[in-house]
Design a protein around this ligand. Sequence first.
Ligand code: ADP
Ligand code: GLC
Length: 495
Amino acid sequence: MKIMMISSEVLPFAKAGGLGDMVAALSAELARQGHDIRIVLPRYYSVDPGRLRRLERPLGVPMGIEEEWCGIASTTLPGTDVPIYFLDNQALFGRDGIYGSKTEPEFSDNLRRFTLLSRGALQLAKMLEWKPDVVHAHDWPAALAPVYLNTLEGEGFFADTGSVLTIHNLAHQGIFPKEELEHTLLGWEQFHGAGFEYHDRVNLLQAGIRNADVLTTVSPTYAKEIQTAEYGHRLEGLLRHRSRDLYGVLNGMDDRLWNPEKDIHLPVNFSAGHLAGKAACKAALQEVMGLEVGDEVPLYGMVSRLVEQKGFGELCGPTHGSLYNICDDLDVQFVILGTGEEWCELELEKLAERLQNLAVDLEFNEPLAHLIMAGSDFLLVPSAFEPCGLTQMYAMRYGTLPVVRRTGGLADTVENYDERTGEGTGFVFDLLTPSSIYNTVGWALWTWFNRPEHIADMQQRAMAKRFSWEASATRYAELYAGAIDRRVGTIPRTW
Ligand code: ADP
Ligand code: GLC
């Protein structure tokens, strides 16, 4: 099949979170399975044009009152021959940051920026005379693509092209003042007609959900959760309405990048049979983070965006967070790598000043993320919601036991420890409260000190888990076929 991926993030060119990992790894595996994949991404300022090949012809994209012009540059996804096309437009993309910056958390012209991505990707397919069987759009920045396929691009070139929209995070919907709809050239009748209207504003994700032939999200549990008021971010009614077209497909993990036997970022590699290297990684991690070096104290790691979604309100909220108590009361070391909301960065800095056994690093640092996965004993992921979550999978592969809240992909990937039998691959709790985080962290520590044989067995079990992309990519290929069937009318859509 010919599949066009449209995404605002693709590893290694642009990444704010797991979306970048997912699009790169899924594309690589689909290509390995014989599909013809092409990816379209904006050329942000951070992408070095020196590494790209420029196409001769510029691309005109109908937008607003005049056409926007883009240069097109291309290269291949590393380790594959999958072409990636970058839309080059300095006015809209030539700045630091994917969605926003420190001073402007969300760029005020984001609707125009990502209209250019969605419509530009479709224009590019026409310019290349490469007709995709399916357009696979990711999250709100690409959600206009399925809308165009049902409206301005509904006939002609794309008449038989199916669309799949993957929801990686329902909390981000792309909501803008309604006047901005004019940039899309869709016409006012589509404000209601295509399902944009949301409390008198424009909601791009909502319109994408209305228009895509098939909807997916990144774990089976999250697919169910988002149909409830608790997790639906006010789109649960619409998602329930489309539930027959909505599927949860668990993300895999990219074994080429996350494998303790080959990881280039580790001082010493290791495997389930030879764990000595893991102890060396722990010592190296303690050293770089300025913690006391030694194996007699258990080490907790976190690698995360510092936002409410990830449980940081309960962990380090100024009046009630449990992190201070954990580090003050318990025999433990704690390492946190992350960037995010300013309040959270400030709180963590304050706590790290007071607590000898807490080290924080507030930057985006890929090598350090690998060292934390390898050198920690436990990885804490106390998310309020987690569409899939990749770090708990990485942790398990490196023999680091995840301590997680039972939600979304965390519930689908981590098996809770059973004290009687010693079974499980991690520690799981239900309530999102400071005290359940505290108690579960404590329970895992107690087990580490008092049941080392259970911990060792769990490590072996966790390391043997394979969250492979092979099965998930095969599932996506089936869903692509389903999208085409809905497009050409052999299967009725629910809208
Ligand atoms: P989300 O996409 O919601 O942020 P995921 O668990 O799916 O959560 O993916 C997060 C990805 O981003 C992981 O690959 C993780 O290692 C990486 N990551 C997050 N913060 C940092 C950071 N500060 N430095 C390096 N990598 C990070
Ligand atoms: C989102 C989600 C995360 C998921 C990632 C990749 O950023 O928050 O849970 O793993 O997308 O699908």
